[in-house]
Design a protein around this ligand. Structure first.
Ligand SMILES: Cc1ncc(C[n+]2csc(CCOP(=O)(O)OP(=O)(O)O)c2C)c(N)n1
Length: 639
């Protein structure tokens, strides 16, 4: 069946039985391919029928389909002619794990950060309406998890009163983000799902009445309609309808016929309308359904049958942080941990197991997490906000004005900082150093290894009169890199024989820095590698140290532009020392998905490349030094 589907139009000829067969084939493809590449298996297994139904009822790309977050768009990719490319999912040059405009005219937005789709839908449908494109529809698929994000509600507030436009909101309610969705919205959705007794009665009705020709289905539909009335008694303040949004549902999201009926109704409605679909995350794959914690939300390379990971990975940075925070929590009763719907991925599940009353999951609400942390700090507690680096981007204003301006003692722990790899441009944690670099009062630490992570975390949570941040990369921690000595808080990791180059290494770049220094030594260039540990504020003694060298190299895994290299260069300028400074970091670009190592190679952050550059720069410098002094004087500081 699958081989006949090259575009959504091919779905039209299929019978109901064909569609069921097709759905099974899609599930087979997802399990086989995603097991090999890694990716969002559970969410996609849950939206197979829902996506088939949407593509049967609407005409993409004339009608625009927008998936919130975009991690559940694999089925959409399969139905829009990309099924054959799934061997390359999230691989270099292959298809992305999120919607991507270069891949297909059926992908209109490129996302991965949650809760934006309703705003996209608002804008696109309003644009169509303003320009008289009344035959074009917009379908937004949004999860119950994404509905916990504030942007979703800002959008609903704008969508509801603006009646004349074709906007269908499909709420994909599987009761989970990574783990079960929490909070008032989740409670409200579960109220809409009504009591299980009534659901069972409906299931029975569906089973029996489906078999009763002609009169059966209308009776079932009537029963289903009645349910809405009953719901109004159970949940008298139908929140969506009170907002002015027509509500349809709940519908079994795995029943293609029921979904198609609801979507047809919604399509005809001519105003914003919400279709509430109930689905099961991981549907049809035993290991996914059995995974109580996350239903295979995101998997690495796994055995397709058992779901067990195939590659053994070492101890992760996440685990070192998680265990240390539990240790700290034993004596520091004021520590409160906050996650934005990512208990497991940030390692805070361990803190929760030890101190459930001191662990807060706010849902996908980073902005709220940050300001609420400022509130907690006001009461004398010390919040630790653990998020992926990329997701702190959206809470910048809250960090700047609610936390930093108030000198609130909040510690931010940023996992997945630096180049992350397979998730593409929006998941790299390459902006945090530049962003926090301009926040007054902020303290920023970048541990180079597990031992330093523990140490710096303890130092960070002891700062109670200003915000602090500890940032570390994705993956396994490498062996600890001990220091020869610590001077004014700065660790000396490698000492070159001559004072040619001072290399200032930021965080986990230390291993590459030391390797580059030792290979430059073999080429006759003396490089001393230091790790300031705290990169904001920068230690004053850095200036005195640097003055003894002919040039300085700064190595970081954040964007080079406005990163630590820039801060150091400014610091030297302010101190009046003119010393050639080379800044090595991530270029100011949106970097496509690929393995992390491949990207680091592409952007030249490898020991071999850095050592080669240092040797080249040093020899150029020697030549320049021999120029007459007037030519030397207007030398620009190289970058
Ligand atoms: C701003 C932001 N924070 C966190 C995440 C990480 N994240 C990716 S998917 C997801 C859960 C989404 O839940 P839901 O919308 O219900 O979709 P489901 O996977 O259940 O289908 C989270 C928290 C994100 N993508 N964006």
């Amino acid at each position: 069946m699958l081989s006949q589907i090259n575009s959504p139009a091919d779905l039209a000829a299929l019978s109901h039985e064909d569609l069921i067969e097709l759905s099974a084939e899609i599930r087979g493809l997802l399990i086989e391919k995603v097991s090999k590449t890694g990716g969002h298996l559970g969410p996609n297994l849950g939206v197979v029928e829902l996506t088939v139904a949407i593509h049967r009822v609407f005409e993409s790309p004339k009608d625009v389909i927008v998936f919130d977050t975009g991690h559940q768009s694999y089925v959409h990719k399969i139905l829009t002619g990309r099924g054959g490319a799934f061997d390359t999912l999230r691989q270099r040059g292959g298809i992305s794990g999120y919607p991507n405009r270069r891949e297909s005219e059926h992908d209109v937005i490129e996302n991965s950060h949650a809760s934006t789709a309703l705003s996209w839908g608002d804008g696109i449908s309003r644009g169509f309406s303003l320009q008289g494109a009344t035959d074009r529809h917009v379908v937004v698929v949004v999860g119950d998890g994404a509905l916990t994000g504030g942007m979703s509600w800002e959008a609903l507030n704008n969508i509801a009163p603006e009646q004349k436009r074709n906007l269908v909101i499909v709420v994909n309610d599987n009761e989970r983000s990574y783990s079960p969705t929490i909070g008032g919205v989740a409670t409200y959705l579960s109220t809409l799902r009504v009591t299980s007794g009534y659901e069972k009665f409906l299931d029975w009705g569906k089973e029996v009445l489906h078999k009763t020709p002609v009169v059966g289905m209308p009776i079932y539909e009537t029963l289903h309609g009645m349910k809405k009335g009953i719901k109004d008694i159970v949940a008298p303040q139908g929140m969506f309808e009170d907002l002015g949004l027509k509500y349809l549902g709940p519908i079994d999201g795995h029943d293609i016929a029921a979904m198609e009926r609801a979507l047809h109704q919604a399509k005809e409605y001519g105003a914003p309308i919400l279709v509430h679909a109930i689905t099961e995350k991981g549907k049809g794959h035993k290991p996914a359904v059995a995974d109580e914690a996350e239903k295979f939300h995101a998997v690495g390379v796994i055995d397709p049958e058992s779901g067990e990971p195939l590659a053994k990975s070492g101890t992760s940075w996440t685990k070192v942080f998680a265990q240390e925070l539990v240790e700290i929590g034993k004596t520091r009763k004021d520590i409160v941990a906050i996650t934005a719907a990512m208990l497991g991925p940030t390692g805070l599940d361990q803190f929760q197991a030890a101190y459930p009353e001191r662990t807060i999951d706010v849902g996908i609400a980073e902005q709220h997490a940050v300001t609420s942390a400022a509130g907690l700090a006001f009461t004398g507690l010390h919040p630790v906000v653990a998020v992926y680096s990329t997701f702190l981007n959206r809470a910048f204003d809250q960090l700047l004005l609610d936390v930093a301006l108030h000198k609130a003692g909040v510690t931010f722990v940023l996992d997945r900082s630096g180049v992350t790899g397979d998730d593409g441009p929006s998941h790299h944690g390459i902006w945090d150093l530049a962003l926090t670099g301009i926040v007054p009062t902020m303290h920023v630490a970048a541990p180079r290894d597990g031992a330093r992570l523990k140490e710096l975390l303890r130092e960070a949570v002891s700062i109670n009169d200003a915000p602090s941040m500890v940032r570390f990369p994705k993956g396994a921690v490498q062996e600890d890199i001990p220091a020869f000595e610590r001077r004014d808080g700065i660790d000396v990791l490698y000492r070159g024989e001559s004072a040619d180059v001072l290399m200032i290494s930021v965080g986990a770049m230390a291993a590459i820095a030391v390797e580059a220094a030792s290979s430059a030594y073999r080429e006759g260039v003396g490089v001393t590698v230091i790790d300031p540990r705290w990169v904001k504020p920068l230690p004053e003694s850095l200036v005195r140290m640097a003055e003894r060298y002919k040039s300085v190299v700064v190595l970081e895994d954040g964007i080079r532009h406005a990163g630590i290299g820039s801060s150091i260069s400014e610091m030297f300028r302010d101190a009046g020392i003119l010393i050639p400074l080379h800044s090595i970091g991530v270029p100011l670009e949106f970097i496509e998905h690929s393995k992390r190592g491949e990207i680091m190679n592409d952007i030249g952050i490898t020991a071999q490349n850095i050592s080669r550059s240092i040797v080249e720069w040093s020899s150029t410098l020697k030549e320049e030094m021999q120029l007459p002094s007037h030519e030397n004087a207007d030398r620009k500081q190289p970058r």
